[in-house]
Design a protein around this ligand. Sequence first.
Ligand code: ZN
Length: 357
Amino acid sequence: MENPLTPEVLADPVALTRALVDIESVSLNEKAIADCVEEVLRGVPHLSTHRHGNTVMARTDLGRSQRVVLAGHLDTVPLNNNFPSTMRGDLMYGCGTSDMKSGTAYALHLAVTLPDPRYDVTYFFYEAEEIESRYNGLNLVAQAFPEWLEADFAVLLEPTYGIVEAGCQGTMRSVVTTTGVRAHSARSWHGVNAIHAAGEVLRRLQTYEARRVTIDGCDYREGMNAVRINGGVAGNVVPDRCEIEVNYRFAPDRTPAEAEAHLREVFAGFDLVVTDAVAGAPPGLEAAPAKEFLEAVGAAPIGKLGWTDVARFAAMGIPALNFGPGDPNLAHHPDEHVEISKIRDGAATLHRWLAPA
Ligand SMILES: [Zn+2]
């Protein structure tokens, strides 16, 4: 295949977005797109380029006092009659237009066209963000070559509709179990109904008042929800067991351990097992490059409510935020699209921030 990422395409973030969208790259099928990106970057004299699996990293080494990361994932969710891309007026439709090849295009465009950025820059084009963590390119690099990730600040180019979404909330899954005693439902007074006992668990969830936490001016709104319930033996048996799965989304001022302690407080008296937890990330807007980035954007940041890879950077002590042209509400949507004007605005913002002073 001839590389569609020609110099003319690389010079224009819109054309580049479209070219990236038109290389199919559903998770675990990123080889073709990674090959194209790698070939381009190896030809750029001001970058040193490395590859691990289907993750490509390129960096400047200009001896600047600060280093920033621009990172975009190469993969998309499965196609949904939305490949290749199509144009309708100011809108580009197609799988990955919003999440997040328009953002990834920024990193590739800047890597090629900006030989003398204000900071040293490490550009990441990584695989398998949309699936389990064990495949995630950033996660694999963090294990194999943690030094590749060293930086003072990171921008993850996920869709935020052109504003800064800082940090992210943590998430914890747990199972609350109620128990009882089985009996024939015709003589139910011999038993204890575990599903009835779950009523108190649900009542606590229903009356729960979720916190709103403000950190560095960013609002994080927590939520605690039953997401699944499981109980019952047969149509004529008083059940002896009921399980309520509870998902707690917590603000980044709480560690997973503190989140668990809080869950145990809420469900005091019940059996509770935590099945899965990931820490959130504080907004991290105090680093000098972050402040300058906010100035370039010129709009107030908001808190990121979902979990994103910024938390991986935060876990390594690197402040990180999300910034991209796509509408996050359209990510994974069959009508996924991105506005051409938003792509151009965001590219101008990144230029203002990174161009030499
Ligand atoms: Zn994404």
